[in-house]
Design a protein around this ligand. Structure first.
Ligand SMILES: Nc1ncnc2c1ncn2[C@@H]1O[C@H](COP(=O)(O)OP(=O)(O)OP(=O)(O)O)[C@@H](O)[C@H]1O
Length: 363
């Protein structure tokens, strides 16, 4: 059953229809003003469509037409929303914030607290149960907000740019936590970040001007992009490799130390943005970076940057640097990736096989 959604909202010129199977995560991408937040608001019941119908696991969320107008109350929809900001109740402790949902659905206090504690443990902040929101860091507050969203066992979890407001130093671990809790959960995530889409979503939908311009399995959109956003997705470097005794070893010689406890031999994928790979004629390896020496296969001019292809990787450099270094096909260069810029995670199959274990990021 899952989710079926079809809605028009005339005043915002939005007309979108899609389905999400039970247990599947859909990423909604698109430029500013594309209609992503509008879709989430329609689902959550914060906006009513001009016309359309949505069903979640056989229950009507809305059904609006010429002669009918059913709008299920937001709190009756079985939907939780994780927003950019944690939006916790300031006067309640972390535990009370998470217990609030079950309590307001009639669960007795002790049982609601036990549920809340279980979720706070699951998201890694059990020791912070008695803190008030102002005593939590941004990342801790977002973990509490995630526990709160999940404690009501929603049929659908909505995530609106859940990592956007966090310090970049904590987004990798938060992203891996989301990846873990989204396994087998029906979810729609709005994001600007192709890495989120790739790591968290089974399918991707690209909106532009209130219409769907591209959709498909994440891997498909990655390999056959038809829009600028799809191309941004496709630009992400993905390197297949394995867990060695010390970390990740990729087919093209990239090695990154890891702090996870995954067994040796686990199939892993390393993701790194083209902008995070620096290109030089020669460099010193250093302790905090992986360096791959390779001949340039291709040089692509892309407006305000130049994309270098070598060793199966794409690296973006400023045009002035490309000229100064004389970057042309055939010359040998060092591609340098700081360990902290690489995200390493098990392939989906490995993750399912090994239960809930996740790789640490490359930091
Ligand atoms: N509160 C509002 N009132 C009227 N129009 C709005 C409102 N919010 C958004 N819009 C319009 O609706 C359309 C879709 O906007 P929406 O906020 O859904 O886009 P978005 O993809 O979420 O953008 P962003 O990435 O900037 O958050 C845009 O034309 C926008 O100008």
């Amino acid at each position: 059953m899952g989710l079926t959604f079809a809605a028009q909202l005339a005043e915002r010129d939005v007309d979108v229809r899609f389905e999400v199977a039970t247990g599947e995560t859909l990423a909604v991408l698109g430029p500013n003003g594309a209609g992503k937040s509008t879709v989430l608001s329609l689902l959550a019941g914060l906006l009513a469509p001009t016309s359309g119908r949505a069903d979640l696991e056989g229950s009507v969320l809305f059904d609006v037409g010429a002669s009918r107008r059913t709008l299920t109350e937001p709190r009756e929809r079985g939907i939780s929303l994780l927003a950019q900001e944690a939006l916790l109740f300031p006067h309640l402790s972390a535990l009370e914030n998470v217990a609030f949902g079950p309590r307001s659905r009639g669960v007795p206090r002790t049982a609601a607290r036990a549920t809340a504690l279980g979720w706070l443990e699951r998201v890694g902040v059990a020791e912070l149960v008695h803190r008030r929101p102002h005593q939590l860091s941004g990342g801790q507050a977002q973990r509490v907000a995630l526990a709160r969203a999940l404690a009501v066992e929603p049929s659908l979890l909505l995530l609106d740019e859940p990592l956007a407001a966090l310090d970049v130093s904590i987004t990798p671990t938060m992203r891996l936590l989301l990846r873990e809790v989204l396994q087998g959960r029906t979810a729609v995530i709005v994001t600007h970040d192709p890495l989120d889409a790739f790591l968290l979503a089974d399918r991707v939908l690209v909106l532009e001007g209130g219409r769907i311009v591209e959709s498909g399995a994440t891997a498909e959109v990655l390999t056959r992009p038809v829009t600028a956003f799809g191309a941004r997705l496709a630009g992400l470097n993905l390197v297949q490799g394995r867990r060695t005794r010390t970390g990740f070893a990729g087919g093209n010689g990239i090695e990154v130390p890891l702090a996870d406890r995954l067994p040796e031999g686990t199939a892993l994928v390393l993701a790194v943005r083209p902008a995070a790979i620096s290109v030089s004629l020669s460099s010193h390896p250093g302790a905090d970076a992986a360096v791959v020496r390779a001949e340039i296969d291709d040089v692509e001019h892309r407006g305000d940057l130049v994309r270098i292809h070598a060793a199966g990787l794409a690296a973006d450099v400023a045009p002035a640097d490309a000229v100064a270094l004389g970057l042309v096909p055939g010359i040998a260069v060092d591609l340098r990736i700081r360990h902290g810029d690489a995200t390493v995670y098990p392939t989906r199959r490995e993750q399912q096989d090994s239960g809930r274990s996740t790789a640490g990021s490359g930091r």
